[in-house]
Ligand binder design. Structure first.
Ligand code: FES
Ligand code: FES
Length: 1011
């Protein structure tokens, strides 16, 4: 049928099928700012304005839109400089999003800007609650919503002609900001009376036009021009315009659509499969089953060589191991035909018996998931026992430590399977280029690993594959997995045509990866004075049907969380720590990488356990922690014992700002006024409510020592701009921006002079990819070296230009400073870099000034943090309302306070879901309960607590700019801090997260019955 759509004031006659959604129609017309994040109207990424009202285009039929005026992000504003053409520039809301750091991956940004625009049209002076309401239908998994809300507040304030706080400089942290700043209000007054405000829990209004976090600064930063400054994100301007920057925005002529047939059963052999009916369906180009493609065993986990996990996967197999496993691939002219074709594939399954409990999976006689002869072992894996990895680490003399103890504390804990929920689904486009090389255009965190690992699977040498990573709409570890690339690639090989394979939201739940669920047992020996004498953890980890991340994720569970508490006195010098783990195959969907990489699981057990011990010993929980926690100058106890299956080497903690983090965090949340204050725990006039406050200390790592390597190249252009090429992958974290800041600092230029490109395996140098919180540290180190290489040549050429001018004392190149786009000699003379660029490219001794650099670290310096929670528990219903989260973190030097605080806010928000609501549950047949974003609830803008971020800088000596990791640590401590706050509020211990109202209510009931 033909309809006439009016989009951004322009009429578009368009031919559609009656069932086509408006999302599909708009994207087919080239309006790529309208994004696909789900198919059920729940994520809001497809928001457009229909006669000025926001609607979800994915659940609105295109035919219904005829006669209405549609508005997409493409109409809102554009880049202010278009050559000789002047434009009206960006819309004030777009400007505010750019300058406020409101964009991380940017996938939700067009929707938020349109929603904000609609709000400001009807309410030029909106309250924070109104903005939250306007955003409530748009899910953002990256930001924690604070900065988008602040962007709208800034845009509204600017429109009212108000003066806005500038972004320059850094706001120092101070101990007394409880009293001096409304933004840091704790939601109650010092008289302990009830105080209701506009916040989500009745607390104060929590956001303002101020977007900068507080920083306890290191002196080194003061002398730098670009590093340490809140620079705008380098990709922000394109993202606020909704430019076609993401993988699914690529258009290729004749592109086929891929779909995958997923297993409806948890464990079975494919006895019979017939694709003949599907193949003859008009419009079907290819149907592939396990019989059609080479049988090559590999790991879907994108990691360095050799892969630290068993090889246990095939693109297609004659066996299925979970509900959602792959059975067949289809490529067709349209999505509808591909879906129809899936229904025509006939499959007969021979049931094999399934096992879902990791404990039972280890029992003799349990169904065996991996009996294939091609299986390649790693790290004590034993597929005949369903064991994907076994870890046994003993540090010191643990048994002696227990014998020394006055008290032994033992308890069991449990953590669930949870999903990354990046709003952009997995998506890949593959095609043959004119040189018969296979191009894989994909939303991946690991382009170089993907190329290397896919080569044997596809029957191609590495050199005939090119992987291009465009912008990524969030990853959080989910895109460290190679999941969509091989599907599209096999179908391109089969058909010779371009193919797109994009996950549906349901596929994200049933067929992608998720956090490892674990059962954890803690045993801790403590002297009566609070000295920990020995600490042991056993983890039973469910890797699901495949084990690509089995060893490394679960190893990190112990490696990071059990390293934090070493004991005191002599025990501090020689800690007694044990970490054992069994990582087990079950017929659940596979577990994989998710931000934190095993560490949040560990800290749930460690920090709940520590809290209980402190309480039992009648010690202050913070004093007990600091007495036993690791300090600067001490050995990371695991560094001599374990290194992801590689040779361990000793690492000393050079910087640890933990004590300062505790002091800052305590002040920000008002710990001293609240903890142990019975009056504060009561809520006046509401006897059914109790307040609680909780803390957790955490540490992470920064990259994998002696393994993770990043590299960069940089070249100087005629105008003294620089092309910086990095293999690093910015998945929304802002890493491209911080890498550009480091290059600009070294070269003495402005941010706009650095044109960064990431990443393309043909053009950008190698990088291990975005994981292990390593990009700022590892890839940043490489960028600095590359920029220094170019700077050396610039100084040499500048020196000879200075020396040509005079016979007096010659200028030494090493004494030349690069600053403000000039080369400055010690005698005060200076040359613009543009002059040096023209001299070297065109005038004499012509050369291309370039630099290359690689960086690998022998250490993985840990960031540290103190995370605090304040909440209210309803003793009648068990409901918890978290009112405030505070994180004070030592991540070394903060290169960009805006992007780094965005990481903390977003990480805390994901962690809050882990604490109170997120959980993937399966029925007795292994079928997922949660298959969409309605069943699986992530925090929405109107449900958020107050978030406070404080950076406590240290200068990490192993890095030129003193940086450590920031991306993962925010997710580690929120859940146990919530658990501890619940205990503080009502005296019940919840040891299995998430802490749902039902669990709290049941424990309260039990307590009441026992009383
Ligand atoms: S794509 Fe429309 S709401 Fe998710
Ligand atoms: S910035 Fe909102 S989903 Fe990534």
């Amino acid at each position: 049928m033909n309809v006439n759509l009016i989009v951004n004031g322009k009429a578009h006659p368009v031919e559609i099928s009656p069932g086509d959604t408006l999302l599909k129609a708009l994207r087919s017309l080239g309006y790529f700012g309208v994004k696909h994040g789900c198919e059920t109207g729940e994520c809001g990424a497809c928001t457009v304005l229909l006669d000025k009202k926001p609607i979800n285009a994915c659940i609105f039929l295109a035919a219904q839109a005829e006669g209405y005026h549609l508005e997409t992000i493409e109409s809102v504003g554009e880049h202010p400089q278009q050559g000789w053409k002047t434009t009206s520039g960006l819309h004030p809301i777009q400007e505010a999003f750019v300058e406020s750091g409101a964009i991380q991956c940017g996938f939700c940004t067009p929707a938020m800007i349109l929603a904000g625009k609609e709000l400001l049209n009807r309410e030029p002076n909106p309250s924070e609650a109104e903005i939250r309401e306007a955003f409530s239908g748009i899910l953002c998994r990256c930001t924690g919503y604070i900065k988008p809300i602040q962007a709208i507040l800034r845009a509204a304030a600017a429109a009212r002609g108000e003066e806005l706080e500038p972004f320059e400089g850094r706001i120092p942290a101070s101990f007394d900001f409880l009293s001096d700043d409304d933004d840091s209000s704790t939601g109650f007054d010092s008289s302990l009376g009830e105080h209701e405000g506009d916040g989500p829990d009745g607390g104060e209004v929590i956001a303002s036009t101020r977007v900068m976090p507080r920083i306890q600064v290191t002196p080194e930063v003061e002398s730098w021009q670009r590093v340490g400054k809140p620079e705008r994100k380098v990709d922000a301007v394109k993202l606020v315009q909704g430019k076609p920057a993401f993988a699914s925005d690529l258009e290729k002529r004749g592109m086929l659509v891929a779909k995958v047939l997923h297993s409806p059963v948890a464990h079975a052999r494919i006895k019979y499969i017939d694709k003949s009916k599907a193949l003859v369906l008009p419009g079907v180009a290819a149907v592939l089953t396990w019989r059609d493609i080479p049988r090559v065993v590999y790991s879907t986990a994108g990691q360095s060589d050799p892969i630290p996990g068993p090889l246990d996967s095939f693109s297609l197999d004659n066996k299925v191991r979970f509900v959602g496993d792959r059975v067949a691939f289809v490529a067709a002219e349209t999505e509808e035909i591909a879906i129809q074709a899936l229904e025509l594939i006939e499959v007969e399954y021979e049931p094999l018996g399934a096992v879902f409990d990791p404990g039972q999976a280890l029992h003799p006689g349990a169904p065996i998931l991996h009996d294939e002869p091609e299986y390649v072992n790693f790290a004590e894996s034993d597929p005949s026992r369903n064991l994907a990895a076994e870890i046994r680490i003993d540090i010191g003399d643990v048994e002696q430590g227990f014998a020394d103890a006055d008290h032994i504390y033992e308890a069991d804990y449990e953590v669930p399977k949870v999903q990354q929920v990046h709003i952009e689904p997995h998506v890949s486009i593959t095609y043959w280029d004119e040189d018969d090389r296979l191009v894989i255009y994909t939303s991946t965190q690991v382009p170089f690993h993907a190329r290397r690992q896919l080569a044997p699977v596809l029957g191609l040498p590495i050199k005939r594959i090119r992987v291009i990573k465009p912008r990524i709409g969030g990853g959080f570890g989910g895109k460290q997995e190679i999941l969509s690339e091989d599907v599209a690639a096999h179908l391109t090989i089969a058909t010779g045509r371009p193919v797109i394979y994009e996950y549906t939201r349901e596929e994200e739940f049933i067929a992608a990866r998720s956090r490892h669920p674990m059962r954890l047992r803690m045993k801790t020996g403590v002297k009566s004075d609070g000295t920990i004498t020995a600490n042991a953890m056993y983890a039973l980890s469910d890797t699901g049907a495949y084990g690509g991340h089995a060893l490394t994720v679960t190893g990190n569970t112990g490696h990071k969380s059990m390293a934090l508490y070493v004991g005191d006195g002599d025990y501090r010098k020689s800690p007694n720590i044990r970490f054992y783990a069994d990582v087990v195959y079950t017929n659940h969907p596979p577990s994989g990488a998710y931000r934190g990489y095993g560490v949040p699981q560990g800290f749930w057990a460690v920090e709940r356990h520590i809290e209980k011990i402190a309480n039992d010993l009648n010690m202050d929980p913070i004093e007990f922690r600091t007495k036993n926690s690791i300090r600067e100058g001490e050995l990371q106890p695991f560094s001599n014992a374990w290194s992801e299956g590689r040779e361990p080497r000793p690492e000393t903690i050079e910087t640890c700002g933990l004590e300062e983090c505790i002091r800052q965090g305590k002040a920000a949340i008002g710990w001293d006024q609240k903890h142990g204050n019975q009056g504060w725990h009561q809520v006046q006039g509401k006897p059914h409510l109790r307040r609680g406050i909780g803390v957790a200390l955490v540490m992470q790592g920064t990259a994998i020592p002696y393994l993770d390597m990043g590299s960069a190249s940089i070249k100087m252009n005629d105008d003294a701009s620089f092309n910086l090429l990095v293999g690093a992958t910015d998945l929304g974290t802002g890493s491209d921006t911080v890498l550009a800041q480091m290059a600009a600092e070294v070269l003495g230029v402005e941010m706009e002079d650095i044109i960064i490109y990431s990443s393309d395996t043909d053009f950008t140098p190698f990088d291990k990819g975005a994981y292990a919180s390593s990009t700022t540290y590892i890839s940043g180190g490489a960028v600095i070296r590359a920029a220094e290489g170019a700077a050396i040549r610039i100084r040499l050429r500048a020196a000879s230009m200075f020396n040509e001018e005079t016979d007096d004392q010659l200028v030494n190149p090493e004494d030349i400073r690069l600053v403000d786009r000039r080369a400055v000699s010690p005698d005060g003379r200076s040359l613009p870099l543009t002059e040096i660029a023209l001299e070297t490219l065109h005038h004499s001794d012509q050369e291309q000034i370039m630099g290359i650099g690689s960086f690998m670290s022998p250490v993985a310096p840990p960031p540290f943090a103190a995370q605090f929670v304040e909440l209210t528990v309803d003793v009648e219903t068990g409901q918890i309302v978290v009112g405030k989260l505070v994180m004070a973190v030592d991540s070394g030097v903060i290169v960009n306070p805006l992007t780094a605080s965005g990481q903390v806010e977003g990480g805390m928000t994901q962690a809050l879901g882990y604490a109170v609501s997120e959980e993937m549950v399966y029925d007795s047949q292994g079928r997922a309960r949660e298959t969409d974003l309605q069943d699986y609830h992530i925090f929405q803008a109107h449900e958020m607590p107050d978030l406070t971020t404080i950076f406590v800088e240290t200068f990490e000596p192993s890095h030129p700019f003193g940086v450590k990791a920031v991306a993962e640590i925010p997710i580690d401590g929120v859940a146990p801090a919530v658990g501890n706050a619940v205990f503080d509020a009502v005296g019940v211990n919840i040891d299995i997260n998430p802490i749902t109202p039902e669990k709290v209510w049941r424990e309260l009931k039990k307590m009441e019955d026992e009383a």
